[in-house]
Design a protein around this ligand. Structure first.
Ligand code: ATP
Length: 239
């Protein structure tokens, strides 16, 4: 499998705070990759650096063989990479349907857009029921569904997902992850998932990285990571 996304020695800071320090990772085409790490480890910073929201101080980000380091976020979306940010960030005063259309604003293929709207309503039928309502009136779980759906409307090749389980009940978390797996299997979308819920992440992803204090300290297949004592103890709460 070829690498669709690669970070090489990436460093990003907020003023004097070096949030990620020499991060290198790759995501293979068609894969679900995950970055695990506790609160403040730098997971969100990695995603922001990939999608161009934050410019790194060092290193390079390569997408489909092209250097996209510090490129305009809109251009990165156009190239085929979309980001579902932490905290959902839907447009609260726009209807659910209009939020979906906003996700497709760079596309010219109107038939494809109409088809993809049907697809996301198929994934999340509650969004069809609420299509005309303001997105701000949705529950947290429904806003997460909408945020994922809006990112899908850009027809991305790679999707970055920032803590999709945050604040959701175990049942809703499972529901969201089932759809994440379907997106990967049915559409061939490559995913990079950032999670504090290590149990869930290791179950859905193929390959995992462990981030501590802004550095990658471990990398392996999720199958093997699940068997490691450190992971069991610190991330899965098992002794
Ligand atoms: P969380 O689960 O809390 O989102 P995270 O692993 O995603 O954690 P980041 O949000 O990437 O971590 O933060 C990494 C470090 O950078 C932390 O020390 C955090 O306090 C700091 N940081 C993040 N955003 C900012 C900001 N806008 N200004 C200053 N420091 C920040």
């Amino acid at each position: 499998m070829t690498d669709v996304l690669a970070l090489a020695n990436v460093e990003s800071s907020y003023g004097p705070i070096r949030a990620i320090r020499g991060v290198s990772l790759t995501v293979k085409k068609g894969q679900i990759a995950t970055v695990l790490g506790s609160n403040g480890a730098g997971k969100t910073t990695i995603l922001k650096t990939i999608s161009g929201i934050l410019d790194p101080t060092k290193g390079t980000v390569t997408f489909k063989g092209e250097d996209i380091t510090a490129k305009d976020p809109a251009l990165i979306v156009q190239r085929g990479l979309s980001h579902v940010p932490e905290g959902r960030e839907v447009f609260p005063l726009l209807s659910v349907h209009d939020n979906l259309l906003m996700g497709a604003y760079t596309r010219k293929d109107r038939d494809g857009v109409a088809r993809d709207i049907e697809t996301v309503y198929g994934y999340f039928p509650i969004l069809r029921e609420r299509a005309k309502q303001d997105a701000g009136l949705l529950s947290g779980g429904q806003q997460q569904m909408l945020a994922i759906s809006r990112a899908l409307m850009a027809a991305p090749e790679v999707m970055l997902l920032d803590e999709p389980s945050l604040g959701l009940s175990p049942r809703l978390t499972r529901e969201i992850f089932e759809i994440v797996i379907r997106i990967n299997r049915e559409r061939g979308t490559t995913l990079l998932l950032v999670e504090q819920n290590a149990n869930m992440a290791l179950n859905v992803a193929d390959h995992g990285y462990v981030l501590e204090n802004g550095r990658i300290v471990m990398e392996d297949s999720c199958e093997r990571l699940r068997e490691k004592d450190d992971i069991k103890e610190f991330y899965l709460g098992m002794k």
